[in-house]
Ligand binder design. Structure first.
Ligand SMILES: [Zn+2]
Length: 204
């Protein structure tokens, strides 16, 4: 079999041949055998630095990230029932989940004080930030009680435009619709919350 030339950005799995020691200096995610051949040791993307002739593999994590008690998660409201909402969790402890994890918020853990129905607090498609109360098999019980927890992004249920929080109201600048949610005080900061590493370098 002719050697396929590896290039930057190629997808590799453990054991794929990357080249020889004369070509590259092996870095993280690689190993070399006695014949000075370099192989991938992890699944990921090939990264070649031609100026230094270094090769490494940027690992693609397939390990599921499981929410644990007291973790802060970000997810999307999938279904709104009268007494509970179902959440697709896509970020746990600041780490993106490659496979979404299911969670639920029950009415008594949604907001301080009496809530008649969950429709008054959440709508499908809302992005929320929540705390994990407990983790049972395949499902995280979540709470949105507290000023930082709740909805951080939502769309107008009439026209689909993003709702903005101004003058203590959630308003659609497109159609003028006014809606109600259980808001996080970080409403609108979805990018910053989803990219905590970059929050120092934000431009306005
Ligand atoms: Zn609207």
């Amino acid at each position: 079999m002719p050697n396929k030339r590896i290039k930057d950005g190629d997808h590799v799995v453990p054991g794929d041949r990357l080249g020889v020691i004369e070509e590259f200096i092996p870095g993280p995610g690689t190993f070399q055998d006695q014949d000075d051949t370099i192989y991938a040791s992890v699944t990921g993307l090939v990264r070649i630095d031609m100026s230094e002739r270094k090769i490494h593999i940027e690992a693609i994590t397939r390990t599921p990230v499981f929410p644990e008690r007291n973790d802060i998660i970000i997810g999307e409201v999938q279904h709104v029932g009268k007494k509970a909402v179902i959440i697709n969790i896509f970020q746990v402890r600041g780490i993106h989940c490659p496979i979404p994890y299911s969670g639920s918020v029950y009415i008594k853990n949604a907001a301080a004080g009496y809530v008649e129905q969950m429709r008054d607090l959440f709508r499908p498609g809302d992005v929320i930030i929540a705390r994990v109360q407990k983790q049972t098999l395949g499902m995280a019980r979540l709470s949105t009680v507290g000023p930082r927890l709740g909805v951080i992004h939502s769309s107008c249920s009439r026209c689909g435009h993003s709702l903005t929080h101004q003058n203590r109201r959630l308003t659609c600048n497109n159609c003028g619709n006014i809606e109600q949610r259980k808001l996080s005080k970080d409403y609108g900061k979805i990018y910053e919350l989803m990219h905590p590493d970059e929050s120092d370098s934000q431009t306005s």
